[in-house]
Design a protein around this ligand. Structure first.
Ligand code: GLN
Length: 454
């Protein structure tokens, strides 16, 4: 895999940092364990993985795709990083991403975009475009992403790979650099559903270091993926979300999606239409809540504690150093969101914007709850279009935000959701994703359906 990275990454740019030495040492340790006749630490021991550069890695650069963290070496491992290492998984390096996970194309990385291995003129999705591209370009068989509004699922959809957003609280956020704490969720990325399930069981589960971590066993996702692989979905009720199936979608995305729904029916599932009327307001609510939380979370980048420091030459006050550093260190999308968020949270506007968005969030959660009284899982396309052209939406933030139309509701409700490849769109031959959603801590339901479909 290191050779493959050396050969193709100059063209793909999936990685921000390759840790060849660390990877080889980890691989050697697995070899030694096996040579000594001891059992491997996990079923994935020795398997290489690409880690999104938003998880801290002790002594290994962690930039979050931002200049402001240039040169910072974290003093500790994220819980996800630690669990990967304990399982004998070989971390190859850190993958490219939109700065602080804000974006849908990886074009907001301060270190240049990642290219979609299917077509280098196209985006690999975002914010976790590096992780998805690394899988699609066969640079790694496993990867880790984070999904605040779709950043695991949307890159999975547009690169023809599998991406899972576990239930909120299902995977620890300790050491995951915060963007929007009530939405951020780490999860597995892979080329097959079973691989994703195996990785899910390694990284998932309660962590006392994260107060929002759910204190319950990891849902039985590996067993569900194996059960689903038998290809029988009889007794499973699948709901097609009417609000996410129609106007504004690329025709080839819709036809691939409808073919997938027919396939689920052919596998024995009972398919019904389900209306979730408040999903239409998800995007607006998300783009108030996420910037509000980010404006607060990113206050810690004050030029004193991490990475970059501008103007520290004895002529500037601490406040000026802070301003100069934030001016130089943050990119335009991050600045836009800090401004939107501080505005939405300011006295006099709080109720009208942030408070209202939180009410919408509750209504969306109720839509899900009502739907899951009737069906076991919900399905939709993962994204309204296939991979768009690099540069096409950079100057139009609202067009960029619409990439997350279908993925955001599950984040707002804290439910599980995933994307599996569902063929190619007829007009451009690019991959389409099928989104499968499940109630909180019922992640195994969607794995069963995904493995049967795959
Ligand atoms: N594209 C969305 C945003 O820009 C989602 C990002 C994410 O899930 N991290 O906020």
């Amino acid at each position: 895999h290191l050779d493959r990275i050396a050969a193709v990454d100059p063209a793909v740019h999936a990685f921000l940092h390759v840790d060849a030495e660390g990877a080889l040492a980890a691989a050697r340790a697995v070899d030694e364990t096996l040579a000594a006749g001891r059992p491997p630490a996990s079923p994935l021991a020795g398997v290489p993985l690409a880690l999104k550069d938003v998880f801290t890695t002790e002594g290994v650069p962690t930039t979050c795709g931002s200049k402001i963290l240039d040169g910072w070496l974290p003093p500790y491992d994220a819980t996800v990083t630690r669990r990967l290492k304990q399982a004998g998984i070989v971390v190859l390096g850190k993958t490219n991403m939109d700065e602080f996970a804000m974006g849908s194309s990886t074009e907001n990385s301060a270190y240049g975009p990642t290219r979609n291995p299917w077509n280098p003129e196209r985006i690999p999705g975002g914010s976790g475009g590096g992780s998805a591209a690394a899988l699609a370009a066969f640079q790694a068989p496993l990867a880790i992403g984070t999904d605040t509004g779709g950043s695991i699922r949307q890159p999975g959809a547009v690169t023809g790979t599998v991406g899972v957003k576990p239930t909120y609280g299902g995977v620890s956020r300790y050491g995951l650099v915060a963007f929007s704490s009530s939405l951020d969720q780490g999860g597995p990325c892979a080329r097959t559903v079973l691989d994703a399930a195996l990785l899910h069981e390694v990284i998932g589960g309660h962590d006392p270091l994260d107060s929002t971590s759910i204190d319950a066993p990891v849902p039985p996702v590996v067993a569900a993926a194996r059960q689903g692989a038998a290809g029988d979905l009889s007794g499973v009720r699948v709901g097609v979300v009417t609000e996410l199936d129609g106007e504004g979608y690329q025709p080839g995305v819709l036809s691939a999606f409808h073919a997938a729904v027919e396939q689920l029916r052919a596998l024995g599932a009972e398919v019904v239409k389900v209306s979730c009327p408040h999903f239409d307001y998800g995007l607006s609510a998300y783009y108030l809540i996420a910037p509000s939380e980010c404006s607060s979370n990113l206050a810690r980048f004050d030029a004193m504690r991490y990475g970059l420091r501008e103007g520290d030459d004895g002529t500037h006050s601490a406040e000026e150093v802070m301003t100069l550093t934030r001016e130089a260190g943050f990119g335009p999308e991050v600045k836009r969101r800090i401004m939107l968020g501080t505005y939405a949270l300011s006295a006099g506007y709080y109720d009208a914007y942030y408070g209202q968005a939180q009410k919408v969030r509750t209504l969306i959660a109720r839509d899900f709850a009502a739907a899951y009284e009737k069906v076991d899982v919900l399905v939709s396309p993962t994204t309204p279009t296939t991979a768009f052209r690099i540069g096409e939406k950079v100057d139009d933030p609202l067009a960029m935000y619409r990439s997350d139309l279908c993925t955001i509701p599950a984040n707002l409700a804290g439910n599980a959701a995933m994307s599996v490849p569902c063929g190619l769109a007829e007009e451009d031959g690019l991959p389409v994703g099928l989104q499968i959603m499940a109630p909180t801590m019922q992640d195994h339901r969607m794995y069963r359906v995904a493995a049967a479909y795959e």
